[in-house]
Design a protein around this ligand. Structure first.
Ligand SMILES: [Zn+2]
Ligand SMILES: [Zn+2]
Length: 127
């Protein structure tokens, strides 16, 4: 599972539950019912925070608390990493089918370069 370090804090890849939970306001309902307690943003301490779900194991997830700004940043980083990996996969396949495809070759190279950037900038680890 992908992990990054952002501002010295370790984040795991968001769970699929995350989008569903946000969409249906599940976390908000659980807070209202008193089932879970809202905590300040784990990055900046802002009190207006959202429950953010990340992979803990294949079936379980863990709720982290993030303000709207940091929530968006964390999701954006993981989405970009996913997109980059996807590019490498797709263009590598194209290149395998047609080794003379210059565009595919350039795209693989650029995407790999981009992934290296993420590895360095966010201490990206894959398990
Ligand atoms: Zn924050
Ligand atoms: Zn989230």
């Amino acid at each position: 599972m992908d992990k990054i370090i952002y501002k010295g804090i370790l984040f795991k890849k968001p769970n699929d539950v995350d989008n569903i939970a946000h969409f249906h306001g599940i976390t908000q309902k659980e807070i209202r019912k008193g089932k879970i307690k809202r905590e300040p943003c784990g990055i900046c301490g802002e009190l207006n925070s959202w429950g953010h779900h990340e992979y803990y194991s294949d079936t379980k997830y863990k709720i982290r608390w993030l303000c709207p700004k940091h929530h968006s940043i964390i999701h954006t980083i993981f989405r970009k990493i996913d997109n980059t990996k996807n590019c490498i996969e797709v263009y590598s396949k194209m290149l395998k089918e047609n080794p003379k495809d210059d565009y595919a070759e350039m795209s693989v190279r650029e995407a790999k370069h981009q992934l290296e950037y993420y590895k360095n900038a966010y201490h990206l680890t894959e398990e």
